[in-house]
Write a protein that binds this ligand. Sequence first.
Ligand code: GDP
Length: 325
Amino acid sequence: MQTDSLADRILNGDRRALARAITLVESGRADHRVQATALLDELAGAGRQALRIGLSGTPGVGKSTFIESFGMMLTGQGLRVAVLAVDPSSARSGGSILGDKTRMERLSRDKNAFIRPSPSQSHLGGVARRTREAIALCEAAGFDVVLIETVGVGQSETVVAEMSDLFLLLLAPAGGDELQGVKRGIMEMADMILINKADGDLKATATRTCADYAGALRLLRKRPQDPEGFPKAMTVSAVEEHGLEQAWDEMQALTAWRREAGHWVTNRATQAQYWFEQEVRHALLARLSTPRMRGRMGELGAQVSAGKLSPTAAAEQMLSGLSDQ
Ligand code: GDP
């Protein structure tokens, strides 16, 4: 694969080249990894940035309907939109998220949109790296907005929030008691909570749910990266396409404020640092998981349980074994 010409084609917005490059970063082959790293380095020089919007919500809340309506609204304004997914369960379920071709049918036909299903990787670390790299490729290809969807299984919300400029939580209209169902940690990550399905019979419940969440958000500790009034709860209807423009206006206002106040740059720098540390952790874990190191772990573990070696001394021996690999 010639990465040179691939880089030029990506920079020129060639979608097939972009799809091919994403396949390259998803590959587990060592030679592909070398090419992927070289390609990403080359493209980073272009310095292009998109607005990265993370979107989380449980299955059935309307994520794909929302992404389609919201995406169509954005492309209608002349913006180019890429959609990626983080789905740690896809290896098990055979690709649930974005895997179904009938999802986002209109958006997938839009020439200003690019939709990429989640890579089927079993562990979140691998999915996270590939998604970050796919985001970088989409930015180099000149997309204005990159939407990153997740169903919020396990740690996947944190993964998506740590690679997004804005993090949206999509919720369904529900009775007051169900407010407890959203974990506090997830609420704390959200920049905006959107109560979807605010239409027909569900409209009144959606309005009430929205007020409940607005109240709950006001009780959270104020974050330095939030201007007055944020995080914010709003109602939308993805099906009737209501509230989408208002939500977009709020996202733009928040983004403009953060850029002005320097939080945009700081946030990206903090995220880069976070991912660097994550990569080191994953690489170390991988090195500890080789057959030889696992064997060593078993031997040392047996000595620890027999009381022949202290846990600390055994750990030191284990780690010193890493350097002679
Ligand atoms: P996802 O699993 O979160 O991606 O949810 P989907 O987008 O597949 O939507 C799940 C169901 O909710 C579908 O039957 C949609 O038609 C419905 N739905 C999505 N958005 C809305 C909405 O704004 N209003 C109403 N009434 N139904 C919606």
